[in-house]
Design a protein around this ligand. Structure first.
Ligand code: AGP
Length: 605
C-alpha cells in the first residue's frame, strides 16, 4: 500500500529519494515524506498530498543529507495529513512503514502508561516509540529485534537512528522489502522498481528478516535473530520499462503494450515449433478433481474467465472466489486439489491469506503472478508468471490480458492431459492463441471509435456492461475499469440477468455497453440489445464484423473488433473496453494512473 526507499549514499540524497518515491507513487499517494542525517542528527520533511507537495516543501527547506529514507503513503490508520505522514519520529528514532500493526492499540496504551505522548494517529508511530524505548537499553539491531517481537501484523520498515550516521535498518513481515547493492552505496526499497535507478543487484528479504545496511554491507538476520545470506540477483526491471515513453499515462502505455505483453506471455507457455503447450508444474491433470481460484479485483475477473475456459475445454470443475470472502466462510476443500492464486503484484493480502488457507488444507498451490519474486511466487508449489513487464497504472490492463493468456494455455494443457482433445486439436488451439497478439493490436486501433463516444459516456450517471459466456467476466472488467478511473457508477451483468432486475435502470440517459462477438451467444445478446433499446437505452455494441452485419439497427454506436476464434475473443474485445474507460476518465480530467482512494498493490486486509 505504501512505498519505501532508503539510501546510504555518498552524494546528496534528496533528489534520489524523490525520484524513487515518484516511481513508488502507484503504491499510494495520500502523503509523502523524507528524512536524512544532517550534521549527525536526523531531520525530516513531510507533506500531505502527492510528491509534488513534498517537492514544494523541499524547495523552501532542502534536506542536505547523503543518508536518508523516504515514504509515499496510502492511509490506513489516521487520515491523510502532514501529522500522519511518514517518516514518523519518536526520540532517537525516525522510520517509515508499509503495512498494518494489528496490536497497535494495546501497545499504544501501554506506552502511554509509561508516560509517552503521541503526535499522530498512526500505528507506525507506535513502532517508533517502542524502538526508542528499547534503544535505552540495547544497541540498535537488538533493540529492533526486541521491537519486532512485540508486533502483530504486517510491516516493511526503514529506520534511521539519531547518532548512527551511516546506518539504515530495515525489516519485513507481510509487506515486501528488498536490499539494493550499489558501488559504495546501499539501498532499501519496497520493490525492485524503487531501487531500479540506482542498482539492478537486488536481494529479496524473506518473511521475518531484518537488516542493517551501511555504505558497503547488508547484515541480514532471520526472525530468530540468526545471521543469514539472501541471494543477490540481477533484476530486469530496467529504467526504460517503467517510463511512459510518449504516452500521457502509464495506463495508456500499458494498453498499447498488450500485443507485446501477450506475446511474451504466450511464448512462455507454448512451443511454436510443435504447437504444443508447455505448462510448468507436477500436476496430474487427468486425476485432478477440482481447481479453486482465489483473487481480488481484476485478477478475480481473470480467474472467472479461466473458469469458462478450463471447464469448457478440460471438463474440470473450477471454483473462483473473492479472496477476502473465501477463507472466512470455511470452504469445503479437499487435499490434493489445486488452488490457484491470481495476482499481478503477488502481494495482495487477501489473496495471500486465502492461498495460505488452501496450503494449510493440503492443497497443491499455483500462483499466476507478474512479480516473480513476490511473496506469493515464493510460497507456492508452482509459479505461472505472466511476463508482461512492470504494470504501473493502478488500473490493471496488460496484466489482465496476460493472466487470461496464461489460463488459456493452462486450459488447453489440461484438456490435452485429460484426453478431452487430441494432439491435432491442441495444435489448432495453440495456433489460435498465437494469433492473439496480432488481433489485440488490431483491436487497439479502434481507439478513435471509442474516443468518439467517450465524451457522451463521461456525462452518464450509471453505465451497464452486459455480456454472455466469457463476455460476462469481460463485462465485469469493463465496469470495474470505468468505476475505478472515471468514478462513474457502472455495473457488469450477465446479459441474461437483465430482465431479472437491472433493466429497471435503463432509460435514455443510460449507456449500455453490450459485448457480443458473433458466437453461439450472439442471438440472445441481440435480443437483449432490442430489450434495452425499446426502453430508450443507448447501446454501445462491441462486436466483430459478422456481428456488425447481424446487429439489430438502432445502436448508438457499433465498435467492430477483428474477427477472432471464441477461444481468444475475450482478449480481443478487452482493448475497446479498456480504452473506453481510459478516454472517459481523460474526458473527465480524472487522475488516470493514480485514481483517488486506490493503490496498485493492496497489501493490507
Ligand atoms: C484492477 O484494475 C484494480 N486496480 C484492482 O482490482 C486489482 O486488480 C486488485 O487489487 C488485485 O491486485 P493484484 O492483481 O495485484 O492481486
Amino acid at each position: 500500500m505504501c512505498g519505501i526507499i532508503g539510501i546510504v549514499g555518498t552524494t546528496p540524497v534528496q533528489s534520489r529519494l524523490i525520484d524513487s518515491l515518484k516511481r513508488l507513487e502507484y503504491r499510494g499517494y495520500d502523503s509523502a515524506g523524507i528524512a536524512g542525517v544532517v550534521d549527525g542528527h536526523v531531520e525530516r520533511r513531510r507533506a500531505k498530498g502527492k510528491i509534488r507537495a513534498l517537492e514544494e516543501v523541499l524547495a523552501a527547506d532542502p534536506l542536505n543529507a547523503t543518508v536518508g529514507i523516504g515514504h509515499t503513503r496510502w492511509a490506513t490508520h489516521g487520515g491523510p495529513s502532514t501529522r500522519n505522514a511518514h517518516p514518523q519520529t519518536a526520540g532517537r528514532v525516525t522510520l517509515v512503514h508499509n503495512g498494518i500493526i494489528e496490536n497497535y492499540a494495546e501497545l499504544r496504551e501501554a506506552l502511554k502508561k509509561q508516560g509517552r505522548t503521541f503526535e499522530s494517529e498512526t500505528d507506525t508511530e507506535v513502532i517508533a516509540q517502542l524502538l526508542d524505548a528499547e534503544l535505552k537499553t540495547r544497541p540498535p539491531l537488538d533493540a529492533l529485534k526486541a521491537t519486532l517481537d512485540q508486533l502483530t501484523g504486517a510491516y516493511a520498515l526503514a529506520v534511521l537512528i539519531d547518532g548512527e550516521d551511516e546506518l539504515i535498518m530495515g525489516a519485513r513481515r507481510g509487506s515486501p522489502l528488498v536490499v539494493g547493492y550499489g558501488e559504495g552505496e546501499m539501498f532499501l526499497g519496497s520493490d525492485a522498481l524503487a531501487v531500479g535507478p540506482f542498482t539492478n543487484r537486488i536481494a529479496y528479504l524473506d518473511e521475518g528478516d531484518y537488516v542493517a545496511i551501511d555504505h558497503h554491507t547488508a547484515r541480514i538476520f532471520d526472525e530468530t535473530g540468526q545471521p543469514v545470506e539472501r541471494p543477490v540477483t540481477t533484476v530486469p526491471a530496467s529504467a526504460a520499462l517503467v517510463e511512459k515513453g510518449n504516452y500521457r499515462h502509464f495506463m495508456e502505455k500499458e494498453i498499447h503494450d498488450q500485443p507485446e505483453g501477450c506475446q511474451h506471455t504466450i511464448a512462455a507457455y507454448v512451443d511454436p515449433l510443435t504447437d504444443h503447450t508447455s505448462v510448468a508444474g507436477d500436476i496430474d491433470w487427468a486425476k485432478l478433481e477440482r481447481v479453486q481460484i482465489v483473487a481480488c479485483g481484476t485478477s478475480y475477473i481473470a480467474g472467472l474467465m479461466g473458469k469458462y475456459l478450463i471447464e469448457r475445454l478440460a471438463d474440470l470443475p473450477v471454483d473462483v472466489e473473492i479472496a477476502s470472502e473465501f477463507r472466512y466462510r470455511q470452504p469445503a476443500l479437499r487435499p490434493g486439489s489445486l488452488a490457484v492464486a491470481m495476482s499481478q503484484s503477488g502481494e495482495t493480502a487477501d489473496t495471500l491469506a486465502a492461498l495460505r488457507y488452501c496450503q494449510a488444507k493440503g492443497m497443491l498451490t499455483a500462483a499466476v503472478v507478474n512479480a516473480q519474486e513476490s511473496t506469493m511466487a515464493r510460497e507456492v508449489d508452482v509459479v505461472w508468471p505472466i511476463h508482461c513487464g512492470p504494470e504501473i497504472g493502478v488500473a490493471s490492463t496488460k496484466a489482465f490480458t496476460a493472466q487470461v493468456c496464461v489460463l488459456t494455455a493452462v486450459a488447453i494443457a489440461a484438456a490435452r492431459a485429460r484426453g478431452r482433445i487430441d494432439e491435432a486439436e491442441e495444435q489448432r488451439l495453440v495456433k489460435v492463441l498465437l494469433e492473439a497478439p496480432r488481433l489485440v493490436a488490431e483491436s487497439i486501433k479502434l481507439e478513435d471509435a471509442v474516443k468518439g463516444i467517450a465524451q457522451e459516456v463521461s456525462k452518464a450517471r450509471d453505465v451497464l456492461f452486459l455480456g454472455r459466456g466469457p463476455m460476462y467476466p469481460l463485462a465485469l472488467e469493463g465496469a470495474l475499469k470505468l468505476k475505478e478511473i472515471s468514478y462513474i457508477h457502472a455495473e457488469g451483468y450477465a446479459a441474461g440477468e437483465l430482465k431479472h432486475g437491472p433493466i429497471a435502470l435503463v432509460d435514455e440517459d443510460t449507456p449500455i455497453v453490450i459485448l457480443a462477438p458473433f458466437d453461439s451467444y450472439f442471438e440472445k445478446s441481440a435480443s437483449n440489445m432490442q430489450e434495452v433499446m425499446a426502453r430508450g437505452g443507448q447501446v454501445i455494441f462491441i462486436t466483430d464484423p459478422e456481428g456488425e452485419k447481424h446487429a439489430p439497427a438502432g445502436a448508438r454506436v457499433v465498435v467492430t473488433a477483428p474477427k477472432s476464434d471464441p477461444l481468444i475473443s475475450p482478449l480481443v474485445l478487452a482493448a475497446p473496453v479498456q480504452l473506453l474507460a481510459y478516454y472517459v476518465a481523460v474526458q473527465k480530467g480524472a487522475d488516470v494512473d493514480q485514481p483517488r482512494n486506490l493503490a496498485k498493490s493492496v497489501t493490507v486486509e
